[in-house]
Design a protein around this ligand. Structure first.
Ligand code: GDP
Length: 363
């Protein structure tokens, strides 16, 4: 699962990406189009439950869940027609599972805004429009081919034609595809097109250093826009987060305290991105390691086991499951078992967020 960071040039994408991944790889310079090659990075998803588990089970290692991020360079008006480095960036967005859009809410006369003024709602509309235009383009190109196959009697192609037409109608009404409800077969029929406005989106409001909670009018406007679309907004000061990310643990706590934050805002970003992607974590806990694993919400026990190793999915026998509450109540896995609280779950079990699992499998 990976999320792509997008936005207009100079809104703080590279700064945020660097802070998130603590990688020095992505360039951050005060001019548009500086980030030409898309950069990838890994972020861990902070989860307090890992810490709670290790109060009872003392492992050698604790391994959090991770997310892959791609820093996709700036999109400008006209990107769908090849403006800026438009097409190249858009093709990168087609490949990610979710979009994280950074919107500039900070004022800084030293940092040029491509449209001349800070107006986050206009920026969000610009990008939404470019992505919609690009999706229309993709669908217009795909339609004749699907129609030819449909005329040749291909049943799947018939479905594809009808879904393409539904999507085009929706886009013509100026609505992104993520607001169009499709069944599973319909979704599958068009999945290979990488339609961008069908991808879940998360907005990061890049705020001023003196407005960390995002109280200014710009952020309020972003919230209204996002609320209407049922998407999340996380206020972050990318510049401050970049500085915090470079500190060692002790200085970091001091710095956070001095600006009144309980944790880096980046933790919130990672969790919100996870949520936007429709992901959840289950845990495995033993003396070697306590570890969070990522599954889509709704994954079955064999699917969840398959995240660890495909052999475990193929040879799945059963899952032995308990929760953090069980651990709090009984203190160890053995005591949970002795109390008859260890659940035995089969192939059809839907793994729940926070389950602590042991998988039994044959090879
Ligand atoms: P990108 O083009 O969207 O990747 O933007 P960059 O991350 O390269 O940032 C562009 C400029 O804005 C750089 O000079 C950053 O230092 C500056 N910048 C980024 N975030 C902030 C912020 O939160 N506040 C202020 N004042 N400047 C920022």
């Amino acid at each position: 699962m990976e999320a792509g960071i997008v936005g207009l040039p100079n809104v703080g994408k590279s700064t945020l990406f660097n802070a998130l991944t603590s990688s020095q790889g992505a360039q951050s310079a005060n001019y548009p189009f500086c980030t030409i090659e898309p950069n990838e990075g890994i972020v861990s998803v902070p989860d307090g439950r890992l810490h709670e588990i290790t109060q009872y089970i003392k492992p050698k290692k604790v391994i959090p869940a991770i997310l892959k991020l791609v820093d996709i360079a700036g999109i400008v008006k006209g990107a769908s027609e090849g403006q800026g480095l438009g097409n190249k960036f858009l093709s990168h967005i087609r490949e990610v599972d979710a979009i994280i859009q950074v919107v500039r809410c900070f004022e800084d006369p030293d940092v040029i805004h491509v449209e001349g003024q800070v107006d986050p709602v206009a920026d969000m509309e610009t990008i939404e429009t470019e992505l919609m235009l690009s999706d229309i383009d993709t669908l217009e190109n795909a339609l004749p081919k699907a129609q030819r196959s449909a005329r040749g009697g291909d049943k799947e192609a018939k479905l594809r034609v009808s879904v393409i037409e539904t999507c085009m109608k929706h886009l013509a009404e100026d609505k992104p595809l993520r607001t169009l409800e499709l069944g599973e077969p319909e979704r599958k029929a068009i999945s290979s097109y990488g339609l961008m406005t069908a991808k879940p989106i998360l907005y990061i409001a890049n705020v001023d250093e003196n407005d960390l909670e995002g109280k200014c009018e710009h952020v309020q406007n972003v919230r209204v826009y996002a609320d209407q679309r049922g998407t999340d907004v996380v206020p972050v000061c990318a510049k401050l987060e970049a500085e915090i990310a470079e500190l060692d643990e002790e200085d970091r706590q001091e710095m956070l305290g001095s600006v009144g934050l309980s944790e880096p805002a980046l933790h919130q970003v990672a969790r919100a991105a996870y949520h936007t992607l429709g992901l959840q974590s289950y845990f495995t806990a033993g003396e070697q390691e306590v570890r969070a694993w990522t599954t889509p919400v709704g994954a079955t026990a064999p699917e969840a086991a398959g995240v660890i190793h495909s052999d475990m999915q193929r040879g799945f026998i059963r899952a032995e499951v308990y929760t953090l509450d069980d651990l709090h109540a009984h203190g160890s896995e053995k005591d949970i078992r002795d109390a008859g609280k260890l659940r035995i779950e089969g192939k059809s079990y839907t793994v729940q967020d926070g389950d602590i699992c042991h998988f039994r499998f044959s090879v």
